[in-house]
Design a protein around this ligand. Structure first.
Ligand code: NAP
Ligand code: HSE
Length: 429
């Protein structure tokens, strides 16, 4: 048996503790797979007095100084499981500069600073691996980098945030309100330190930037990605969506349209017959369509201690194999070129509109006229009268239309005197 792979761990929170647990539980199996033990030599935390829910291996040194990991010449792999930007970036840069490999679950940092960090790792010929940062335990990074490498990716569509999916599933299936469902997701360890990242679509955006890079070998800047979250989703829209045969999901999507990338994060109505609509709870799924393989689905837990640690451990084991020939982005260029971007207003989609309008003659005619003038064609409609109410919800499902026409039509309609509340709109997959 070869000598142990010596690792240092920054962070003993949800994911760090999951890693410690799985390293102990699967030690024999890991040895059999890679022919080495994995030895946790050091762990670094912020608060040395905080009780930890796991027992560390005998001899592991715990400190509160990140550079202890970098300065220890025996440590070959630094696992960054802290989150956040500046301390994590400083640690990764120092570790790569010191000739160590890095494993991280930090999608936020890689989405913001990935170009520079992958360039540094490339120059130093070190692994910078990040399976856990994209959809937790679901092995989508490796799938895009290796297994699907021969395909041109036509489209990648995913439910990539466990917290948001948990909230929407609880609102849909158990009638929970938004706040209660979010509190449950936080208690279960799914949510980010700042849960607005989960519910405002930002965490999905981070993952999408990384997946777009892996799928297309191009850099789509986070600052240019259109992002909309689920904060405003109401039980009324969930109920209307259900009547039309759809479920509301937070989607991240990137596809190639005439040589340009169209990407975005948005809540969308997904037909209940689609596999993506069946993805419930904290589960995530990514549907990848390749020009040779056709569509495939990867489905599993995108958050939580052990599922995420499973991906971290896979990266450490891959480094034991790939140390001399890192494959960080799946492409030899370093840095990767900028993506040609399709302006979001040119993106075409079907839409769901819920108008809140006065219940009087001519309203439907006025709305449909505005839509017809912009070439937006109606596929289905429902109006539901409410006992004693002077206004009603009017729901329209459209055929495909460009976002620019839809936004113009809604701005025109919302300025009309019969509209009693801003119109709700969602894309439909
Ligand atoms: P967490 O529970 O908040 O744990 C963070 C850990 O990092 C804590 O042990 C904390 O120390 C330590 N830490 C933070 N800043 C530090 C600093 N400056 N120096 C030393 N230690 C520091 O976070 P988590 O949920 O495990 O997430 C960790 C990373 O994994 C994040 O990037 C997150 O986005 C990513 N991720 C999480 C999940 C998930 O399901 N939770 C899934 C996929 C990816 P103290 O304990 O002493 O405060
Ligand atoms: N907060 C994230 C989620 C963790 O809920 O999916 C996994 O990246």
């Amino acid at each position: 048996m070869g000598k142990p792979v010596v690792i240092g761990l920054a962070g003993l929170g949800t994911v760090g503790q999951g890693l410690v647990r799985i390293l102990a539980e699967n030690a024999d199996w890991i040895r059999r797979r890679i022919g080495h033990d994995i030895l946790l030599k050091r762990a670094v935390v912020r608060d040395l007095n905080k009780p930890r829910g796991v027992e560390l291996p005998e001899g592991t040194v715990v400190s509160d100084r990140l550079m202890d990991l970098v300065e220890d010449p025996e440590i070959e792999v630094v696992c960054e499981l802290m989150g956040g930007l500046s301390a994590a970036e400083e640690l990764m840069r120092a570790a790569l500069a010191a000739g160590k490999h890095v494993v991280t679950a930090n999608k936020h940092l890689l989405a913001e600073r990935g170009q520079e960090l992958f360039a540094l790792a490339g120059e130093r010929e070190r692994c910078l691996y990040y399976e856990a940062s994209c959809v937790g335990g679901v092995p989508v990074v490796q799938a895009l980098k290796e297994s699907l490498a021969g395909n041109r990716i036509v489209k990648l569509t995913g439910i990539m945030n466990g917290t948001a999916n948990f909230i929407l599933s609880e609102m849909t299936s158990n009638g929970l309100d938004f706040e209660t469902a979010l509190a449950e997701a936080q208690a279960l360890g799914y949510a980010e330190a700042d849960p607005s990242f989960d519910i405002d679509g930002i965490d999905t955006a981070h993952k999408l930037v990384l997946l777009a890079r892996l799928a297309y070998g191009q850099h789509y800047p986070l600052s240019e990605l259109p992002v909309r979250g689920i904060r405003d989703v109401s039980r009324e829209d969930i109920a209307f969506a259900r009547e039309f045969g759809y479920r509301l999901k937070l989607i991240g999507q990137v596809r190639e349209v005439d040589g340009r990338l169209e990407a975005g994060v948005f809540p969308a109505l997904v037909k209940y017959t689609f596999l993506l609509a069946r993805v419930g709870g904290n589960y995530n799924a990514v549907r990848i369509e390749g020009n040779a393989v056709g569509p495939i689905m990867l489905h599993g837990q995108g958050a939580g201690d052990l599922p995420t640690a499973s991906a971290v451990l896979a990266d450490i084991m891959a480094i034991a194999r790939d140390a001399r020939k890192p494959n960080n982005t799946g492409f030899p260029e370093n840095p990767l070129p900028a993506a040609p971007i399709l302006p979001p207003e040119d993106a075409e989609s079907q839409y769901y509109f819920r108008f809140r309008v006065a219940d009087r003659p001519g309203v439907m005619a006025a709305i449909t006229r505005v839509m017809a003038d912009r070439d937006i064609s109606i596929a289905q409609a429902i109006q539901k009268g409410e006992e004693g109410a002077s206004d009603v919800s009017l729901v329209i499902i459209t055929h495909e239309a460009p976002a620019r026409m839809v936004h113009d039509a809604l701005a025109t309609i919302d300025a009309m005197d019969f509209v009693t509340a801003p119109t709700v709109n969602y894309r439909i997959l």
